[in-house]
Design a protein around this ligand. Structure first.
Ligand code: SAH
Ligand code: SF4
Ligand code: F3S
Length: 473
């Protein structure tokens, strides 16, 4: 039975004591850690916490595998392709360990939360010293210390394979080493209750649980005060934020409250489930000062029959209604989506329904995937007669359409002047800076690096399918 469990201050402070112990253990010379991240923004955000813990434990951070004394891989399980890449890369660490037997290898994230993967790591990936799941991130120092002590044991288990299903953890006040000084992730909730029939996320991330609004607002205020300009609220389905909290706050309420924080910054959020995206949300977005006029509204399929099989709880007509409502409140809305091609039992006619919906909506950008069966999900057990090659043909057709529409939408920006936030350097010339419009469109610029972190006006001079190019005016 799912129980929400809030980690106490006492428990957190205990973890800081484990950090102290590790610090002492590695104090004789500088130690370096590398964190390698796969998967979604939630994982990017978790990796910042992992880096926060590692820093508290006394490690310096590095991108160089040869310099690393500890390598932590934060994994994703959403499609088979992601898992294969992770396993290949973890297997390759055998060579590194042969050269440096003191190397510590940790594997965390969604993949390790599956019992079958835990067994696989235990039996076939001896290189791994510590495996842990997303629910155990808050106690990483304790697990790391235990794994370090085991390595020097004579008898007994030499490795620590944790990631027991301990659902429902909510932990505040964990350290975090942010990747950027301009853009910040702000996780507002964890887990998912939707159980879309193809998706592994609810099984590995557990039941939905929201952070208290007071904690979210305090973190947002601190981010704005620290000079962050681009804040992305994160959750598997932010639209059901607040469910089960005694505060009685829903996602639009939270957004409106955050919008009141004074300052020059943009608020974004990921991801919205169409079934829970309400007119109230669109209205709050339209009226807000800081909220980007961008919604990522995953469609998955344009066929009513397939949507039912996917357990998505909306149909074509409902989805189109939501898009129309969103555009009513935000005529300049940037709309993006995810689509799965080749769901079990999908026919040519179902696929045509997806194409026609895409043509009708005209997304600014689309993320398209070929269905990947995930063990333990209902869809993995459904009959799936269409071959991979046939699915690839559909996939390519959809991609062509998507590129065509994005290309046209981008071309329409050329000649216009738009306000962007310069968010980083690209390391390339002549377009050495990257920036984003408030709607989230990527704009490459050439300009002084001192512009990073500033809002500026740029004239769009060129465009491709994926990006816009411009000059500061
Ligand atoms: N919580 C987010 C999605 C997380 S997964 C949401 O509901 O919008 C990101 C995307 O991966 C999904 O939107 C879906 O398009 C895709 N995806 C998830 N499981 C998949 C699978 N088994 N095969 C192929 N694509 C999948
Ligand atoms: Fe997966 Fe559906 Fe939850 Fe998104 S809403 S994480 S697709 S189960
Ligand atoms: Fe992957 Fe886990 Fe995110 S499965 S997509 S990293 S929630």
């Amino acid at each position: 039975m799912y129980q929400r469990r809030e980690i106490t201050t006492q428990e957190r402070l205990q973890q800081e004591q484990y950090c102290q112990k590790i610090r002492t253990l590695i104090a004789h010379r500088p130690h370096y850690a590398l964190v390698d991240t796969y998967g979604c923004q939630q994982n990017e955000s978790d990796s910042e916490i992992l880096r926060g813990w590692l820093t508290q434990c006394g490690y310096g951070l590095t991108d160089d595998e040869d310099k690393a004394d500890l390598i932590a891989v934060n994994t994703c399980a959403v499609r088979e392709h992601a898992e294969k890449r992770v396993l290949g890369n973890v297997g390759a660490l055998n060579h590194k360990k042969a050269k440096n037997p003191d190397l510590i290898v940790c594997v965390g994230g969604c993949m390790t939360q599956q019992p079958v993967m835990r067994e696989k790591i235990k039996n076939s990936y001896q290189v791994v010293d510590l495996a842990f799941g997303p629910h155990e991130l808050w106690q990483f120092p304790e697990l790391l210390l235990a794994a370090m002590e085991r390595r020097h044991r004579r008898g007994g288990k030499r490795r620590l394979i944790a990631a027991e299903p301990s659902e429902g953890v909510v932990a505040e006040g964990l350290p975090r080493q942010r990747d950027s000084a301009v853009k910040a992730w702000l996780s507002i909730m964890n887990g998912c209750d939707n159980f879309c029939s193809y998706c592994i996320v609810p099984y590995v991330r557990g039941r939905e649980r929201s952070r208290h609004p007071g904690d979210v607002i305090a973190e947002a205020k601190a981010l704005v005060a620290a000079g962050y300009k681009d804040i992305t609220l994160l959750g598997q389905n932010v639209n059901s934020y607040g469910k089960g909290l005694e505060e009685g706050v829903d996602f639009p309420d939270l957004l409106a409250e955050l919008d009141r924080i004074p300052g020059d910054y943009v608020l974004r959020f990921m991801t919205s489930h169409p079934k829970d995206a309400t007119e109230k949300l669109f209205k709050v977005m339209g009226e807000s000062e800081h909220c980007a006029h961008h919604i990522h509204l995953p469609l998955q399929s344009g066929s009513d029959r397939i949507l039912r099989e996917m357990n998505r709880h909306y149909d074509r007509a409902k989805y189109l209604e939501k898009v129309a409502a969103a555009r009513k409140y935000m005529p300049d809305l940037v709309l993006t989506t995810d689509i799965i091609v080749g769901f079990p039992g999908e026919t040519e006619a179902d696929f045509e329904d997806t194409l026609s919906l895409v043509e009708e909506v005209r997304y600014d950008a689309m993320f398209t995937f070929i269905f990947s069966p995930r063990a333990g999900t209902p869809a993995a057990a459904m009959p799936d007669p269409v071959t991979r090659a046939e699915k690839q043909v559909w996939f390519d057709r959809l991609l062509d359409l998507s590129n065509h529409i994005s290309g046209e939408k981008h071309a329409a920006y050329v000649g216009r002047t738009v306000r962007v936030l310069v968010d980083g350097e690209t390391g390339q010339s002549p377009y050495n800076l990257s920036s984003r419009t408030k709607g989230g469109r990527l704009v490459h610029l050439s300009g002084d690096t001192a512009l990073v972190g500033q809002f500026i006006d740029v004239k769009i001079t060129d465009s491709t399918t994926w990006a816009l190019y411009g000059e500061p005016v």
